[in-house]
Design a binder for this molecule. Sequence first.
Ligand code: L14
Length: 350
Amino acid sequence: MNNKGFHVAVVGATGAVGQQMLKTLEKRDFPISQLTLLSSARSAGKAISFKGNEVIVQEAKPESFDGVDIALFSAGGSVSKTLAPEAAERGAIVIDNTSAFRMDPSVPLVVPEVNKEDLREHRGIIANPNCSTIQMVAALEPLRRAFGLKKIIVSTYQAVSGAGAKAVEELNEQTKAIINGENYEPGILPVGSGKKHYQIAFNAIPQIDKFEENGYTFEEMKMINETKKIMHMPQLHVAATCVRLPVATGHSESVYFEVEKQGLNASDIQEQLKEAPGIVLEDNPSEQVYPMPANCVGKNDVFVGRIRKDLDEDAGFHMWVVSDNLLKGAAWNSVQIAETLIEMGLVQAK
Ligand code: L14
């Protein structure tokens, strides 16, 4: 047992989420005895500074995980599919930020505030949910526990950084080009591999990820399926519409939900959220206080405001939920899972 800490690997260390993972590990002073930074062959060789030391990024291979205790993956689904089982086989606990294993029944899908007990069932791989799902279930869980939950209808207003650092560059360059009256050919959004690409600057795109046969996008179906799995509620009614906005970082969501309990008021909802872990209530219309993405960048919390009772449905409420999609939506939730594994005695240093 190495009491200085754990051998941690970050796969996708040079990406938008990987960079935030490293920042989060630094900020939390995560107990690290050795840090291995991995990436595709393309980014290998780059030097990244961690706590004042330069660490060289290596190409991720199965052998890279020999001796690793905790492996944080955020290098895309196909990398996770091939390398996460290799890492787990070598005794690492994988925390995977892609959609590769989320709906696998043998893989816990965890938001610590909601279902950390599911971590006990892990068999080497733990999935980090989709960014939009995480902030929504974090805000709804305290309400579900207090009042029961029947139905969710959510519309998202999602930031560009979810699609990676290159997409943010596209937003920035396109915005400048349009202001200067120059041409700019969109090349990434809504989906890099798609047949068509659309302008995101000064626009709203009602497509995130590819379309499924049923007319919903993958992002929408991720929110629907993952919410039911995390809350252990296959019977929950969930519908989602996911929209991309020209915001660099910070997802916003308009959430309509119906609870089991009748006769509640908006103040009952506010009361629960005031005390909830990881939630900051910002709800004061008379002072124009409500959450906005520009204010949540760099913060780990989920911000909730605009709580109103529905005017027709007694058990129905509306709220506005905002969080940094790269932190609680990705890097922080992953590191928080790792911290929770330590707290629960579920990970040992080799
Ligand atoms: O499912 O394009 O983890 O904003 C989350 C970000 C899928 C893409 C996931 C985006 C990704 C999404």
